[in-house]
Design a protein around this ligand. Structure first.
Ligand SMILES: C[S@@+](CC[C@H](N)C(=O)[O-])C[C@H]1O[C@@H](n2cnc3c(N)ncnc32)[C@H](O)[C@@H]1O
Length: 310
C-alpha cells in the first residue's frame, strides 16, 4: 500500500459530543473512511461499545480494519453503500443503533491516493468510482458518451458551474478525453479564475462528475431515510457535508422529518397528519473554529447538522 497520511477527521470533538457516545452503546459510522471518527467513538464508548463502520471504498476499509484492529470485535467493518445501511447492519445482526455519523464525500487519502481519478492535480484515468469492482459507470464514460446537453446538465446541476454549456461544447469537440489532466487543462482554458477566487477552475466540473458517477445525491437521500429507520428513540444522527448541494438536501430532509405538518402552505387546515420522526438538536449549523481550519483546511467548508430520533 502507498504511504499517504491518514485523513484528518473534521469536527471530531463535536461529533463525539453530538452523538452522545456512551460505554456500551452501538454506533454506526456510515462513511467510516480511514476511521478517524470511528476510532474516537470506540475510545469514548469503551470498554464495551460497538462501532459498525461502512464504506463503499474497499481500499479505505482495508486501511481502517488494520488501523482499528486494536479494538478487536468492538469494530465491525462492512464494505457497501450507506444507502443500504439497514440491510448491511442486519447482515451482522444489528437492528438498531444509538447514533449514526454520515461524514459525506471523499477523504483526503482518496484525493491524494493513486487510481481514484478524483484530483485535477494528478494525471491519471478519469475513474472516480468509490468501488472499482461493484460500480460500472466511470467519469471517462460520462465525459466521452453523454450528449452535450446531458453534460451541461451534469455540470450545472451537480457542480453549479455557470459556464456549464460552454464547457460541455468544448468537451464534445475535443473528445475522447481520458485523463484528469486533459480534462483539467481543457476546463482551465475556458474558465479563467477570478482574482478573488481561491478554487481551481476545474473544481466544479470535477465535483459534478464525482456526484454523477457515484449517484451521490440519491445516496444521501436514501441514507438519511435509512438512518432514521435504524436509530433507537433518542438516538442521534450527525451529518457533516462539504458543499451547498449536499447541505441543502440534508437541511430540507431533516426539516421535513422534524415537521408536524407538511401540507402545502395554501391549505387553511392540516390534512396530512404527518408525524415528526426527529427533533432538530441544533437550530444553527455547527462549523469548525478558526483553529481547526488553520490546521485542517478541509474543515473550511464543513457544516454539521444534528437530529435526534423521536
Ligand atoms: C469524508 S470521508 C470519511 C472520513 C472518515 N470520517 C474518517 O475520519 O476517516 C467520506 C467517506 O465516505 C465514503 N463514501 C462515499 N459515498 C459512500 C456511500 N454511498 N456509501 C458508503 N461510503 C461512502 C468514501 O469512500 C469516504 O471514505
Amino acid at each position: 500500500m502507498e504511504e499517504i497520511a491518514f485523513h484528518q477527521p473534521v469536527l471530531l470533538r463535536e461529533t463525539v459530543e453530538q452523538l452522545v457516545v456512551r460505554p456500551g452503546g452501538v454506533y454506526l459510522d456510515a462513511t467510516v473512511g480511514e476511521g478517524g471518527h470511528a476510532g474516537a467513538v470506540l475510545r469514548a464508548s469503551a470498554p464495551n461499545g460497538v462501532v459498525l463502520g461502512i464504506d463503499w471504498d474497499p481500499r479505505s476499509l482495508a486501511y481502517t480494519r488494520q488501523r482499528l484492529a486494536e479494538h478487536g470485535e468492538r469494530f465491525i467493518g462492512i464494505q457497501g453503500n450507506y444507502a443500504d445501511m439497514v440491510e448491511l447492519s442486519r447482515s451482522v445482526g444489528i437492528d438498531q443503533v444509538n447514533g449514526i455519523l454520515l461524514d459525506l464525500g471523499f477523504s483526503s487519502r482518496q484525493v491524494e491516493g493513486e487510481g481514484y481519478g478524483f484530483s485535477f492535480q494528478k494525471d491519471e484515468p478519469l475513474d472516480m468510482r468509490y468501488d472499482p469492482v461493484g460500480q460500472f459507470l466511470t467519469a471517462a464514460q460520462i465525459v466521452n458518451n453523454y450528449s452535450e446537453e446531458q453534460l451541461a446538465r451534469v455540470f450545472f446541476e451537480y457542480g453549479e458551474e455557470p459556464r456549464a454549456r460552454v464547457i460541455a461544447r468544448h468537451i464534445v469537440q475535443r473528445r475522447p478525453i481520458n485523463t484528469t489532466r486533459e480534462l483539467a487543462d481543457l476546463v482551465s482554458r475556458i474558465v479563467r479564475p477570478r482574482r478573488s477566487q481561491r478554487i481551481h477552475p476545474a473544481t466544479r466540473v470535477f465535483q459534478a462528475l464525482r456526484i454523477a458517477v457515484n449517484n451521490e445525491l440519491s445516496n444521501v437521500q436514501a441514507g438519511l431515510e435509512a438512518a432514521i429507520q435504524l436509530l433507537v428513540t433518542g438516538g442521534r444522527l450527525v451529518v457533516i457535508s462539504y458543499h451547498s448541494l449536499e447541505d441543502r438536501l440534508v437541511k430540507n430532509r431533516l426539516a421535513r422529518e422534524a415537521a408536524t405538518c407538511v401540507c402545502p402552505p395554501e391549505l387553511p387546515v392540516c390534512v396530512c397528519q404527518h408525524q415528526a420522526t426527529v427533533r432538530l438538536v441544533q437550530r444553527r449549523i455547527i462549523r469548525p473554529g478558526a483553529e481547526e481550519v488553520a490546521q485542517n483546511p478541509r474543515g473550511r467548508s464543513a457544516r454539521m447538522r444534528v437530529a435526534e430520533r423521536l
